[in-house]
Write a protein that binds this ligand. Structure first.
Ligand code: G3I
Ligand code: 9MR
Length: 563
């Protein structure tokens, strides 16, 4: 009837696992009755069932949504989903391992972010490009000047990944990113041991996830000054224009050493030391030891400089040139202390870290983000419980209770209309909200591993469905995947390379009604405030800390499907 909104069916466009829950959403639908799954040409009906009663999607202007649950249909192949009255008949892919290719791609995404080296056609395909940012003579910014390293002198800090759609490298954001990738390996080693991503190091005897994260870890090590403190970032003074990396030649600086960067660095290096120990007698001699020493030195520096928060505005009042790139400023560091203490306690078993943990206890852990890292330490402690001293066991028990309590809460408070864990409240739809969905999924996968209860696994899967298309925009939010995915991410190489398709395997930030980029969005409802516009950096940028939980989630789901 006039004015009624068209009924559209939104599905996980990448695919459904054959033995798992399989749900599609019919938007703007109130009185639908049956749905049908047919062969791809629509001639044979293979399955049909009732649509569920409509519920309003409170995050999408209360549109009525009816779910089509075809979990009972367990046949692999490509099918068509038909709802009488709907304007589309989406393709449905059912496979034993539907997230295998996309899981690889989100890991490969990091290769495309590499600074200081050319991407060759045999690895990068049409997205091959010359090296950008050698970063072998980066200026000491006034804010970072010391007697030994006066402003204007240089250090070498090559390599690492570009943070996001911009070309700067930020230690704080590298911290959570590295943790997440290292943890993915720690949890799913047998799976990652054989997963290759066609990068220059493939076949060198190390798993490619390790090869990839080593590229950034080696950069991080260069960001530590001889006194143990860690520079906050390696950056231009101002963001580059929309040019390729090799055309972005503005001077680079390392900026003041901060407590947050140094603690995050300590945590990552302590965690890396445990994981790299596996190869200390062959592929990675001495690296585990170097990481451990770097971590200890960083912690000691942080103890001596506990209050050096990064405040870009006040820094710019004192030092030149003014720096206007990403701040990653955080003034609440108890979670950073806890995370670093936890990783160092696990790796070294030394008293000072154990005592710190016993004195300060476990901060309230929330879904991780670059400035909320308590849960990182919490899960690390939990996963190493049997190696830790008796004195720490009550604290670890507290971690376990928190982990399960949050997981239960997540399962109970999702978006009921779309049947996703994503959508606990409006606060899920923020700058980088798609990483909130992925991190919720990561949390649930870890609690599934702890408890063996399948409902947690299913909760994680619901957020994979969200990211891959079962949401009110109908976008699959990973570039290069699905039938409708971002074509114009705020990602300088994707904009400047003259190739129509964006660099693949990158998760965009997602709906964000705050729209801090000042662009025009279709609306400002939490779940639909999204635009595939390359100027809309508050919704359509990509970032290393957002891809990482997608690596964990999608590959974790693959791992469990293979068990
Ligand atoms: O901390 C407040 C919180 O107290 C308040 O309740 C909430 C309400 O919106 O806002 C919180 O602050 C937000 C902050 O992130 C912490 O989550 C800001 O509004 C929000 O604008 C800020 O967004 C960050 C953005 O940079 C701007 O600083 C994103 O998390 C962060 O992912 C993004 O990172 C950028 C880098 O700076 C540069 N490189 C690209 C990268 C991705 O866009
Ligand atoms: O490209 C920048 C992106 O990486 C950041 O997330 C964003 C917010 O800090 O800023 C982008 O740069 C814009 C700058 O803030 C304002 N002038 C236009 C720049 C490119 O869109």
């Amino acid at each position: 009837s006039f004015g009624a909104k068209a009924q559209t069916i939104e599905v996980n466009q990448v695919g459904y696992q054959i033995n798992a829950p399989k749900i599609a959403a019919v938007l703007n639908s109130t009185n639908g009755t049956k749905f049908f799954i047919t062969n791809i040409s629509g001639t044979d009906t293979l399955f049909s069932a009732q649509l569920q009663p409509a519920r309003n999607d409170v995050y999408a202007n209360n549109i009525p949504v009816q779910l089509a649950d075809f979990s009972a249909f367990q046949q692999s192949g490509t099918f068509q989903l038909i709802v009488p009255g709907a304007i589309n008949k989406p393709q449905i892919i059912i496979q034993s391992l539907p997230f295998y290719t996309v899981g690889k791609a989100v890991l490969k995404g990091y290769y495309y972010q590499r600074a200081s080296m050319p991407l060759l056609p045999q690895y990068a395909g049409v997205w091959a490009r010359p090296a950008g940012h050698p970063d072998n003579a980066v200026l000491i910014h006034e804010s970072a000047a010391t007697n030994e390293r006066p402003a204007g002198s240089t250090i070498a800090t090559p390599g690492g990944w570009y943070d996001a759609g911009d070309y700067n490298k930020y230690v704080v954001n590298s911290g959570i990113t590295m943790y997440t990738l290292l943890s993915a390996y720690a949890h799913y080693a047998t799976y990652f041991d054989t997963l290759t991503t066609n990068i220059p190091e493939t076949g060198n005897g190390l798993p490619d996830i390790i090869n990839e994260l080593l590229y950034n870890l080696r950069w991080m090590l260069t960001m530590q000054d001889t006194d143990g403190g860690v520079y906050h970032k390696c950056t231009n003074a101002a963001f580059d224009g929309m040019v390729m990396p090799n055309a972005a030649t503005q001077p680079r600086y390392v900026i003041e050493k901060t407590t947050a960067a140094t603690l995050d660095f300590a945590a990552v290096m302590a965690q890396a030391a445990r994981i790299f120990a596996k190869w200390q007698n062959n592929r990675l001699p001495h690296l585990a030891d170097s990481c451990k020493q770097a971590a200890v030195k960083a912690w000691q520096w942080a103890e001596q400089h506990p209050n050096l928060d990064y405040n870009q505005t006040s820094m710019n009042a004192k030092f030149k040139p003014a720096v206007t790139t990403g701040a990653y400023g955080d003034t609440h560091l108890i979670d950073e202390w806890f995370w670093a203490a936890a990783e160092l306690a696990i790796t070294t078993k030394d008293k000072p870290y154990i005592n710190w943990l016993l004195q300060y206890k476990v901060p309230v852990a929330v879904i991780p983000s670059w400035n909320q890292v308590a849960a990182l330490g919490m899960f690390s402690l939990l996963n190493h419980a049997n190696q830790l001293s008796a004195s720490l066991q009550p604290l670890i028990q507290n971690c376990k209770l928190q982990a399960i309590e949050v997981a239960n809460y997540l399962l109970q408070h999702g978006n009921m209309a779309m049947h996703t864990v994503m959508g606990q409240s409006n606060n899920d739809f923020i700058w980088g909200g798609n990483a909130v969905a992925a991190n919720q999924g990561m949390w649930l996968l870890q609690v599934f591993q702890l408890t063996g209860e399948r409902r947690y696994l299913n909760g994680a899967l619901s957020n994979a469905d969200y990211l891959l298309g079962r949401n009110a925009t109908g976008y699959c939010y990973i570039t290069g995947f699905g039938t409708k995915s971002p074509m114009h991410p705020h990602h300088r190489p994707s904009i400047a390379d003259g190739i129509q398709a964006p660099v693949p395997g990158l998760l965009v930030g997602g709906p964000n009604p705050a729209r801090q980029d000042g662009q025009i969005y279709p609306n400002n409802y939490p779940e639909t405030a999204y635009t595939d516009n390359d100027k809309a950096y508050a919704a359509n940028e990509i970032a290393i800390n957002w891809n990482a939980p997608a690596v964990f989630l999608l590959n974790g789901l693959n791992y469990w499907a293979l068990q």
